[in-house]
Design a protein around this ligand. Sequence first.
Ligand code: IVH
Length: 674
Amino acid sequence: MNPTNRIAQLVEQLNEHNYRYAVLNDPVISDREYDALLRELSDLEARHPDLIQPDSPTQRVTSDLTREFPTVQHDVPMLSLDNTYSEDELRDFEDRIRRELPDEELQYVAELKIDGVALSLIYENGLLIRGVTRGNGTQGEDITPNVKTIKSIPIRLKACAEMGLFSNPVSYCEIRGEVYLDHNTFDAINVQREKNEENPFANPRNAASGSLKLQDAQQVAERRLSFFAYSFRSPNIQLPTHGENLSYLESLGLPVNTNRALCNNIDDIIAQAREWQEKRPDLPYDIDGIVIKVNSIAQQNKLGATSKSPRWAISYKYSAEQAETVLKHITLQVGRTGVITPVANLEPVQLAGTTVSRATLHNAEELERKDIREGDTVILEKGGDVIPKVVRVVTAKRAKDAAEFEFPKNCPVCDAPLIKDETEVAIRCENSQCTAQLKGNIRHFASRTAMDIEGLGTALVEQLVDNKLVRDVGDLYNLKLEELADLERMAEKSAQNVLDALEANKQQPFHRVLFALGIRHIGATVARALSDNFHSIDRLRETPPEEIEAVHEIGAAIAESIHTYLNIESNWAIVEKLRAAGINLESEAPADTGPKPLEGKTVVVTGTFTRWGRQQAQDLIRALGGKPTSSVSGKTDLVIAGEKAGSKLAKAEQLGIDVLNEEKFIELIGEENA
Ligand code: IVH
């Protein structure tokens, strides 16, 4: 590929990965993979400076600014560290320092690189006055109320007479460090999330970062975050070395990681790198490497910094943790849409802080490619996802008689023949009566983003299907109190609660019902577009696919899928059951057929409103012809800013985009629409 195209491709990929990492907290590649792409891009750009794109990730310090907290300027920018991945690169770093400071005596501090979220704390006269995220390095978000819930961060610094140095706390200082979650707390949070049918966090770092950005400090407190301080700066006190700063931080009452060491030369540094690589699995929290810092502050100042990172420090990053274990057997999981996923059942093993006993094998092709067999010894790794994957087989340890895995020909649940569609990788069970699919369908129907039926969790769905009380989602609304109360572990009170939830639930709008049906390719957004354009399930059923496809957001596969689904008798029977139960199968056609006030406009909502929640405000924009999006850019036509609007408002003002507050927005759309 020529450099122009490759650069364009890398910029696009990296920006998307960065967004997934920083905004969605849902990365799909590891830091190492990200850095490798970034390095490829900056090497290419160095060779072809004329091809540098303005939106290249090399052109800015990455940002974690998201939404709703006030933005504040850092006194001193929060830089990041340069990464190295090999001992040779560590040697290069040390050589560089020696070249820059010839004939000087050098010492280094090696510290753990805690895999959490950077935080800046400002203390005045010993009192914590502000806690700020790194943000884009220059500006961060003021999350003080959330920070105050972290028990190991002192609200008041200790007077440090004990140290014999100073009798009073400093009048002003900034302390930086890392917020993190230890493994036990992280596991407890995920157990709770699964109980609540929320997606588990992929790793402790994502959980810590998501927690710090919660709007409700009470909820943050429940996350039991921890903190390690790693830097201190004050106009009142200038200690000569970083090591002394760390000790001073301890005497002020801050938690400082005790796993740190003074190094006199590169051999000491490399010994530390190896030692912690070895001990890493035994630590009660995640680290992703170690950090090497020049100890003398005077030398740090001489070395200075680039716009992104200090020249006196470097991180040595470890690869994703791996573990070796035995794959006992391979089972098949049947998903809601009938897709079969092979799963590795493992001899339980510790990996990155959790016990792993299952790993996804993705699909038959992957199984074949990696030649994974039952009884094999395998290497596991956690990628960007919470579910570990099998990286490879240790073939040297394979039993001589290990047979190739033969992918079953029939569904493990209903025994129907499995079918491979030549156009995709997936192998499916196409029996719509398969109970595994039915259970998946009901769980989907009841889930938060679909019908949101409280109390209809996995265990109850299992019982309802196994006891043949429910044969399709239409049956849910015919359940009787006695039937439910007769189920194991179901008290009459809970049974009544489920019935009440089902009753209350009949008010859900049509687009949710359409999404809840679980029709292939019909996600929440498509369901909304279908509802907005066709207004009723009857009309949708009658409309030929070509006409459905004419709607802007709808492609051919979607149009075909909805048309086919609704015209299969057994599916339509489910719809009729829902109709009989009083479920919404129509959406209100907008009363006003005249021009819509936001027609064709791209609109961003930020902050909080008195009349609507975020979702409602976005629905409103859609209904008025606008397109709600989440980030402010040159393409944004309008920003609606509520109370406590933060960085998005600032950006809109910077770009000269029209901004309306709640009152002015209501004026624009008319009171009747608000
Ligand atoms: S020193 C100039 N020390 O790693 C940067 N950073 O890009 C000074 N981190 O998000 C950072 N443990 O929050 C330093 N012992 C440690 C650290 C550490 C974790 C984080 C830091 C930043 C990233 C570096």
